[in-house]
Structures are given as C-alpha cells and as structure tokens.
Design a protein around this ligand. Structure first.
Ligand SMILES: *Cc1c(COP(=O)(O)O)cnc(C)c1O
Length: 387
C-alpha cells in the first residue's frame, strides 16, 4: 500500500545524518554558536553549488522564505503583489502578512501565471512552479519571486534551476514536498547585497558575526527571527544528498506510468517538459463528472490521487472573505478599490475554473523500485481503462 504523500520522508535514515550527531556533540543547535562551520551554512553551500544559486539562506519554512523575499523588496505598505490564481494559499497569506495586497493573475494551461496579463508597470510578481511544472518568468519585472516549494531540482528551458533565475527563489521542506525535514524552508537571492539585507532581517535586523551576540548599527531596520536550526539543517542536508536519486526515480516512474496509460479520447495527459520535476501524472478529463469518478475509482483501489481545486485562490475563503486578524482589517483596508488591485483574467477565471474541475493528479513515488513502480503504473492504467 502506498502512502498518500510519497515524497522525501522515506529517505530518513539514522545512518545518514552524521551532522546531527555532530551538532549534539557540539552541544550547539543554534546556527550562530557552533564551534566549526554550522550545518545550516554547509546546507546552504550545498544548495548554492548543486542548484547554481547565488546565495542561499535557510528559514523555518517556505512561507517564511516567501515573507522574507517579499519584505526584502522594500515595498510600501499596501503595494499590490501579483500572484498566480492557482497556487497554495501560503502565497496569498505571506503577501498579506507583509502588509501587501495579493492580486490574482489568471494562469495558463499548465497552471502557471500568465505573464501576458500583467500590467506594464508590474513590480512584484510571485511565480509558482506548481507540482514540479517549471513555468516561464515574466520579463522586465524588477522583483520576480520564484516559489519553488513544489519543484526543487526543476530546470528552466535554458537549463538553469528553478528558483535561481528570478530576483529571489523560495523552497519548502514541508512533509509533502520533494525533499522534507517536516518543516523547513530556504531562500535564494542572486545578488550579494540583497542576501545580506535578507539575512539581517532574518536575524533581528542585526549584522551578526558568527559566535557573537547580534550587533546593530545606527539605522539598522527592525527584523524578525527566522534563523535556521542545526537539527533541522542536518536532516535537510541528508535529504538534499538524495536529490539526484529522487529526481531520476521520479523520471523513471513517470515514463512507466505515462507509457501504460490507456489512450482514451476523453482523457489527456498534460505533457511535462524535460526540466519539470515529475512529481505526478496530471490528467485532464472531458468532464468534471468523469474526473470525480476517476478519483473515486483510484481511492477504491487504495491508489493516491488528488485534485487542484483547493488551489483556486479567487474563491478561497482567505481571499474571498477578506478577513484579517487586525481589528482595522489591515492590510485589506489599504485597497482603495483602484485598478491596480483588480484581479487579472480575460474571462473572469471561467476557463481556469473549468479546467481545474476536470484535472486529476496522481502522485508518483520515488522511493519504489522499478518493479514496484511498474506494478503501480499497471494498476493505475487498469483503473483508468475501466472507468
Ligand atoms: C508548501 C508550499 C508553500 C509553503 O511552504 P511551507 O514550508 O509549508 O510553509 C508555499 N508555496 C507553495 C506553492 C507550496 O506548495
């Protein structure tokens, strides 16, 4: 029987976390107090080298990485931030919790933000590479944040890694992602000066030297505490060492699954490009009714599957209700109804709503060996044939 979220947690192994033992023996789980180079820093270096990222910074989770990237653009309160209409609600939540207003932008057929809808003066755009599908980045926008929470290891068409091309990139190590430390995040920045500012914000606005109490200068801005933890970083480093193996196994499983899927005229596999992380097979049916039957049939057979319906932000309670924990409704109260806050879609999101209702995702399982993946692929094919 397959687990519902068959990603990185399966790679946890006591034998492979020498850094955790080291951190315990050093009696230092706080990254800025370790006797040698911290595990957090080693993990960041590994990411910089493997992904070709300018500068990496570990954070508590992907949402904090997004918040850090957003405040790092030094916005004015109430500034609009363009976000994909289809993505995890954390994207909208992180924008709002920075005092900014999320503006949903309709998506293309791969559910990536449709940059052709952006106004010419767009300044801050979050692009999310959903389900490992690496999408193009808008051109001429000063601050593009690449949310790579679901696409660690993916590549753009030119070969560069997802999350390293925009102004900043964000990653998640939550349980359901490609690699996991339960909770965990990472931010990448191309520019050294930006990285220094972001790191400072993540450590109370200080310039801290390793082993020292944080230091503030005249003019230091306030910050938060988003510092990484050595125990978590040890797990992340261990997971990260499996990245190539996981990507290769997902490729293999994807090929096996797609090859055996039935050629039904009422069903279409959404093609994945070479650089996509093959975390799932995404299928579009002719009708929502057929999609729902397919999901029920998979569930009956104990096979995993899910829809992306809950990612449709224009109808998400958090955006629709415009509620806030602040008593004055902040930051929604900064939306003065002007054009720049209006959601962007050619058809009021009708096409996307319809496409979502017909879409089904079947997760792939990197931890299975080839024979198991083949069995899974055959079972999947038989369920979809018999619909
Ligand atoms: C998971 C996820 C996040 C948030 O990451 P956490 O580590 O859970 O905070 C943000 N964006 C997308 C697209 C995600 O899938």
């Amino acid at each position: 029987m397959l687990r519902k979220l068959p990603y990185g947690a399966n790679y946890l192994s006591w034998a492979e976390v020498p850094e955790l033992r080291e951190a315990f023996e050093d009696k230092a789980l706080f990254r800025y107090i370790t006797s040698g180079e911290s595990v957090s820093s080693r993990f960041e270096r590994a990411v910089e080298e493997r992904l070709g990222a300018g500068h990496a910074l570990a954070t508590h989770n992907g949402t904090q990485a997004l918040r850090l990237a957003l405040v790092g653009t030094r916005p004015a309160a109430g500034t609009p931030v363009h976000i994909p209409a289809v993505t995890f609600v954390a994207v909208a939540g992180s924008v709002l919790s920075c005092g900014l207003i999320p503006v949903p932008v309709d998506v293309d057929e791969r559910f990536g933000l449709d940059a052709s809808l952006l106004p010419p003066d767009a300044e801050r755009v979050v692009v999310a590479h959903m389900e490992g599908m690496v999408g193009p980045l808008p051109e001429g926008v000063p601050y593009v944040i690449e949310d790579t929470a679901q696409a660690m290891g993916g590549r753009h068409r030119d070969g560069r890694h997802a999350g390293t091309v925009g102004w900043a990139g964000t990653f998640s190590f939550h349980h359901a992602k490609v690699l996991t430390s339960g909770e965990g995040g990472l931010l990448t920045a191309r520019d050294q000066e930006d990285w220094v500012r972001l790191r400072s914000y993540s450590d109370h606005g200080s310039d801290r030297a390793h082993g020292q109490y944080p230091a503030w200068r005249e003019g230091s801005f306030y910050g938060e505490n988003l510092c990484s933890n050595e125990a978590v970083a040890s797990v992340q480093l261990q997971q990260f060492r499996h990245l190539d193996e996981i990507l290769a196994s997902l490729e293999r499983h994807y090929a096996l699954a797609v090859e055996q899927l039935p050629g039904r005229p009422d069903m279409r596999v959404v093609p994945r490009t070479e650089g996509d992380v093959k975390v799932s097979v995404r299928v579009q049916f002719d009708s929502g009714e057929l999609r729902d039957r397919a999901l029920a049939a998979l569930t009956d057979r104990g096979l995993p599957g899910w829809t992306l319906d809950r990612y449709f932000l224009p109808e998400h309670p958090v955006l629709k209700g415009r509620a806030s924990i602040y008593s004055d409704g902040f930051p929604w109260n900064l939306d003065d109804g002007s054009e720049r806050y209006r959601p962007l879609s050619r058809d009021g999101f009708a096409g996307t709503r319809d496409l979502l209702s017909r879409t089904l995702c079947i997760p792939l399982a990197p931890e299975l060996d080839k024979a198991e993946q083949d069995t899974y692929a055959k079972e999947l094919a038989s369920v979809l044939t018999l619909l």
